[in-house]
Design a protein around this ligand. Sequence first.
Ligand SMILES: *Cc1c(COP(=O)(O)O)cnc(C)c1O
Length: 384
Amino acid sequence: MVQALTTDEASVTNQYVSFQPTPRTLMGPGPSDVHPRVSAAMGRPTIGHLDPEFQQLMDEIKSLLRYAFKTENKLTLPLSAPGSAAMESAFANLLQPGDKAVVCVNGVFGGRMAENVRRMGGELVLVESPWGSPVDVAAVAKTLAEHGDAKILAFVHSETSTGARSDAQALCKLAQEHNCLTIVDAVTSLGGIELDVDGWGADVVYSGTQKCLSCPPGISLITFSDKAAEAVKARTVPVQSWFLDLSLLMAYWDGDGGRTYHHTAPVNAMYGLHEALLMLHEEGLEASWQRHADMHQKLASGLTNLGFEFVVEPEYRLPQLNLVRLPAGLDDAKARASMLANFNLEVGAGLGEFAGKVWRIGLMGQAACDSNIALCLAAIQSVK
Ligand SMILES: *Cc1c(COP(=O)(O)O)cnc(C)c1O
């Protein structure tokens, strides 16, 4: 029998012991609470990544992803890297050096999209909107009219740094009118609010696992429309990133006639993703969106009663990411540390121009439930 060592014993025998994190309730900007079904799935035996059973799992993941994204796109797959890599992959595959890309920036993640264009040698045209506001559709229309040679329109649907939702449908429509391909960041959207890839005619859309899917961080999800796939095929310059090159990845993820080794998929992480997608399918997309909306209403009225004000106007608020201004006299860092110590509750701090002034309270995936809201309001009451 191996017995667990106390920290004191460990210091005399062996300095290193297994890591035992304190269970937390995660109500920040991600990662969100992982459902026990997902954790259990990830603990199942590791099998080879070219094992026929694993290949079957890969096919089912692709099909469940099409359901979650609301798309028929053949090129729909997970990437073995976090959301930031999916963002990079979207630009790496679509953009060739010298291509003009219009990037909308209304928070941190739009800024990262712009940085991708700069680093890949694209010609960057920025459309900036204030933090906490959605992307200004009229400003985008004007910019696209002025830049008839733009190839890409990129924007963040759910800006996790500010809690604002942009009008993805209107932006995709504009892009089509101006013959641009869209790159849509839906990392925080998927499962939390309406996302309709085919209905909106979006071209490249990516998401993550650790926001409204309640899966651990580390992998991401991406889908390419036929039009986007053709643009990738028509490239004259190879995709600069070997790892994120879509054509190489598809030889691995595609079911048609045998799979070619590309990299070793994180097998157990894929079990977790499959379980999370299965749970979304069981609940139903629309029901999941509705649950997020309902829970947001409950949390919002509790927070308002406690003296917090929302920064984002009601019609643009993300239910899954609540950005609230701290009431006067509340010490940001001290209050969050106290809630973590006494309630095991994590809420998110403000980023960039919001640092120290706001909290970002996540209601993502499994975390969007009555018991979490009660805990969160009780914790906040204790530090006020
Ligand atoms: C979290 C997030 C990302 C990055 O995802 P990682 O998994 O942290 O790399 C990108 N875009 C948005 C909008 C996000 O919220």
